[in-house]
Design a protein around this ligand. Structure first.
Ligand code: ATP
Length: 225
């Protein structure tokens, strides 16, 4: 059973953010035994437990107060907030810090053979994405009426598979888009990993531990600049 007196931090179990999260814990002096493929890793030198979960589960775990802190991409945080607001579920978090890893852009892309296009091209088109709330907000702002195809992965193959005319997906180098014959367009959102805290955290020992960790985090960031 989980000890509720220990600070619970949710991180991605395996994926683009997991190694950076583990390195960050090392830099903060948090010793962990992450060798086993376990859901929970206990720190051996601080009252901290690390929950290793799917990336898109992190915002909800923190919003519901199941975990005290989480490290998550802003893209996932913003999307989940919109989704949970729609479902009338708790959607608040305190953003404690923007971290210096996990950079990516949520951008529009379309088949290269179309060449350069302007925003009007998207009118009445089908756009595949994993981030329907962020994309809908952008389309409304730009007065574009397009239909969305929600996919949880492999968005970049949607045009070639005939599922959509264009996509809106995460990009860092652009190599995946290029490999799939897509041309990158406007950036809808820029994202970094961030440290979030549950708004329901009301344990003084946990708050004191967070207060101790935050200056260390700042020092780690400054040392890299
Ligand atoms: P999981 O595998 O945990 O279910 P996932 O498939 O969304 O989640 P990743 O592909 O590892 O996992 O992406 C996790 C996060 O990493 C993204 O939501 C984003 O914040 C960040 N990220 C950084 N660079 C990229 C990139 N080039 N493509 C996708 N995500 C990126």
């Amino acid at each position: 059973m989980t000890d509720t007196k220990r600070l619970r931090i949710a991180i991605q179990k395996s994926g683009r953010l997991s190694t950076d999260c583990q390195n960050l814990f090392k830099q903060l002096g948090i010793k962990l035994n992450l060798r086993e493929q376990k859901l929970i890793a206990h720190s051996t030198n601080m009252p901290i437990d690390i929950l290793r979960v799917r990336h898109n589960d992190i915002p909800g775990l923190v919003m519901d107060g199941v975990c005290d802190l989480g490290i998550v991409g802003e893209n996932e945080l913003v999307e989940m907030q919109a989704e949970r607001q729609r479902l009338s579920l708790p959607s608040k978090v305190n953003k404690l810090a923007k971290l210096d890893f996990g950079y990516c852009r949520l951008a529009l892309a379309w088949p290269q053979e179309l060449g350069l296009i302007d925003k009007n091209w998207f009118q009445d088109k089908k756009i595949a994405t994993t981030y329907p709330a962020i994309l809908s907000e952008y389309l409304t702002r730009e007065n574009i009426s397009a239909s969305l195809v929600n996919l949880s992965g492999s968005v970049e193959v949607a045009p070639r598979a005939g599922l959509a005319d264009a996509i809106c997906d995460l990009v860092s180098t652009g190599a995946t888009l290029e490999a799939n014959g897509l041309m990158q367009g406007e950036t809808i959102m820029e994202s970094y990993a961030c440290l979030i805290q549950s708004p329901t955290l009301d344990c003084s020992n946990k708050s004191a531990l967070i207060e101790k960790l935050l200056p260390r985090l700042k020092a780690v960031k400054q040392a890299k600049e």
